[in-house]
Design a protein around this ligand. Structure first.
Ligand SMILES: C[S@@+](CC[C@H](N)C(=O)[O-])C[C@H]1O[C@@H](n2cnc3c(N)ncnc32)[C@H](O)[C@@H]1O
Length: 258
């Protein structure tokens, strides 16, 4: 199926958008929440126009590939049309370029992919149609809720977190996805031998990732320090642009201990 597009909406992935209390629908503002009750809010919804092609993909493919968020355990095999297979959770796929590539090179794996940016969801649906992908399902919802309410501990074969919002400013660092409590939660949801693969082009965040992942007792590093880029992860347009500007990229791959 080839769904034509009319307007390119291949925006660079979201960056350090200013956070304000109004952005924060659930009230996790910068104003002193109790640390034990602070809820991770790792994104600010970006504006963005859904193209005609993306809208068509929503209408035609949404019913087949979108998993609605409900705070109840998800039957993963049923969600993938009866296809039992290892399931990888991707958090924040942006426009889905890497996601679609990886789903093609790892056809036996089921990918449950979370993204809150609507044009990105449309873009991935469009790629699913164009590339005839059957091993992706999308939950257009906060991955923190999905993990908390829809996924069972010990079930995931892997977690992909590629170029998560870096939240550069010190006072926004707490919005970073890769921080101790969330990594513990991710590790608990992995099956033994399952992996977490993170990548970033922001060195201070890479350093934080390495420190936090290495400190999680359920995990072990598959490399000494940063990992070589696994073959399945493609160099995206965004990453190539960065590399041309001389920016570094750091991959981290940690495995759940048996
Ligand atoms: C900087 S972009 C990177 C996108 C993509 N992984 C890439 O490499 O191009 C980070 C994305 O993560 C999404 N995101 C951040 N927190 C999220 C969450 N808790 N649940 C789902 N998506 C999230 C944002 O909407 C944004 O599109």
């Amino acid at each position: 199926m080839n769904i034509p597009d009319t307007v390119s909406n291949d925006l660079p992935p979201g960056d350090d958008a200013p956070a304000s209390p109004e952005d924060d629908a659930n009230g996790a503002t910068d104003s002193k929440p109790h640390p034990l009750h602070r809820r991770l809010k790792s994104f600010v919804k970006r504006a963005g126009r859904t193209t005609d092609g993306q809208a068509r993909a929503f209408a035609e493919l949404g019913p087949l590939f979108l998993i609605p968020y409900t705070p109840e355990p998800l039957d993963l095999t049923a969600a993938f049309g009866g296809r039992a297979g290892p399931t990888v959770l991707e958090i924040g796929f942006g426009m889905g370029e890497a996601t679609a590539h990886i789903a093609t090179v790892l056809p036996e794996t089921n990918f449950l992919c979370c993204e809150v940016h609507e044009p990105g969801v449309g873009a991935l649906l469009k790629r699913i149609g164009e590339q005839q992908l059957s091993n992706i399902r999308i939950c257009a919802h906060d991955a923190v809720d999905v993990l908390d309410h829809m996924l069972q501990p010990g079930t995931l074969a892997g977690v992909h977190v590629f170029f998560p919002d870096p939240w550069h400013k010190k006072r926004h660092n707490k919005r970073r996805l890769i921080q101790p409590e969330f990594v513990t939660k991710l590790a608990q949801h992995l099956r033994p031998g399952g992996y977490i693969h993170c990548a970033t082009d922001w060195q201070p965040y890479a350093e934080q990732m390495l420190e936090v992942l290495a400190a999680e007792p359920l995990l072990r590093n598959t490399a000494e320090g940063y990992a070589p880029k696994p073959e399945y992860r493609p160099l995206t347009k965004f990453e190539n642009r960065g590399i041309k500007l001389g920016h570094g990229v750091w991959d981290l791959v940690f495995e759940k201990r048996a």
